[in-house]
Design a protein around this ligand. Structure first.
Ligand SMILES: Nc1ncnc2c1ncn2[C@@H]1O[C@H](COP(=O)(O)OP(=O)(O)OP(=O)(O)O)[C@@H](O)[C@H]1O
Ligand SMILES: [Mg+2]
Length: 299
């Protein structure tokens, strides 16, 4: 089977500034592939080239063995897209928006009904989409994106600015699609979402891909696991790096002196890995709050 997506030395400049710098990667069939990076990294520009919306300056995009944009018409039935902006027909209702696409993609009308239930939109069916909340519009967009049962599904920040319930509905749907064998290409700024959903993640920074690995691989290679030591004779806990000789010596000293009240190991988070890879300063989270990238465990 060919890769679901193969990108080779893909490049794009705007006004003389290269914003995508010869990136290359492959996405396996059935994989949920995360594409993360700070604002302006070049994620949306890359997606727009991959879905045939923007012509690359150089490089290759091949989806399910078919080159984009040469095979754009055939690829239309293979790929599904949820763009980063909500491009629904505002004055049309949810049903009218979906019916329109169903006709365009020659999908039987029953499929529209099936999707309406899948994204829990039945009670909003006859509302113009302009009157819907952002979360409901987003679910309409997602339903529209999978009407024709695409085998490769691109979602550009599908859960951004949604309440936890709407975000959950969308994440569950992405998992269900994966279970049915759909390849998912996902951008998100939510580290926990990427950490829990994605098989592999590419981190993009200033137009280049700086790392590709599983979430666990990224956390391990670029995160910083620590151990928090609460001492019997000190108020504030001490943070020591794990896998560090100096940290180990200090901990051994505390243990030998019988000073340790509690040990709490803290797994490296994807957020830390992201911060290190993209050059942003990493600030220790407030000990009172859980890190959004989770993964904490008590030793
Ligand atoms: N049509 C355009 N014309 C000129 N510059 C553009 C255009 N589209 C994108 N850019 C610039 O290219 C760079 C990459 O933008 P892009 O939208 O791909 O980033 P992104 O990684 O998707 O960011 P975000 O996380 O904010 O969505 C930015 O500096 C942006 O201003
Ligand atoms: Mg973007």
């Amino acid at each position: 089977m060919p890769p679901a997506i193969r990108v080779e030395r893909l490049a794009k400049s705007f006004e003389g500034r290269q914003v995508v710098k010869e990136i290359s990667f492959e996405v396996h069939p059935g994989e949920i592939f995360g594409f993360l990076g700070p604002n302006g990294a070049g994620k949306t520009t890359s997606i727009r080239m991959m879905i045939g919306e923007l012509v690359p300056d150089a490089g290759e995009v091949v989806i399910a063995g078919l080159p984009m944009p040469a095979e754009r018409d055939r690829l239309k039935s293979i790929i599904g897209v949820v763009p980063d902006h909500q491009n629904l027909y505002d004055r049309l209702t949810v049903r009218q928006n979906l019916d329109l696409f169903a006709r365009l993609y020659q999908v039987p009308p029953q499929r529209v009904d099936e999707l309406i239930d899948l994204v829990h939109l039945r009670e909003h069916l006859d509302h113009p989409t302009v009157r819907l909340s952002r979360g409901l519009r987003q679910r309409t967009l997602i339903a529209r994106g999978i009407l024709h049962r695409p085998s490769v599904f691109f979602l550009d920040e599908p859960t951004s600015a949604l309440d936890p319930h709407s975000a959950q509905v969308i994440r569950r749907l992405i998992r269900d699609l994966r279970d049915q064998g759909t390849t998912v290409f996902l951008t998100t700024h939510y580290m926990e979402e990427a950490n829990s959903l994605c098989h592999r993640i590419a981190i993009m920074h200033q137009g280049t891909i700086v790392a590709i690995d599983t979430p666990a691989g990224l956390r391990m290679r670029f995160g910083r696991p620590t151990i928090r030591v609460t001492l019997k004779d000190a108020e504030a806990p001490v943070e020591l790096p794990l896998n560090d000789p100096e940290g180990a010596r200090t901990l051994a000293g505390f243990l030998a002196a019988g000073r340790v009240a509690r040990l709490h190991s803290q797994e490296a988070t994807l957020e830390e890995a992201f911060m290190r890879l993209t050059g942003a300063e990493w600030h220790e989270p407030d000990p009172g709050t859980e890190s959004p990238a989770g993964g904490r465990a008590t030793a």
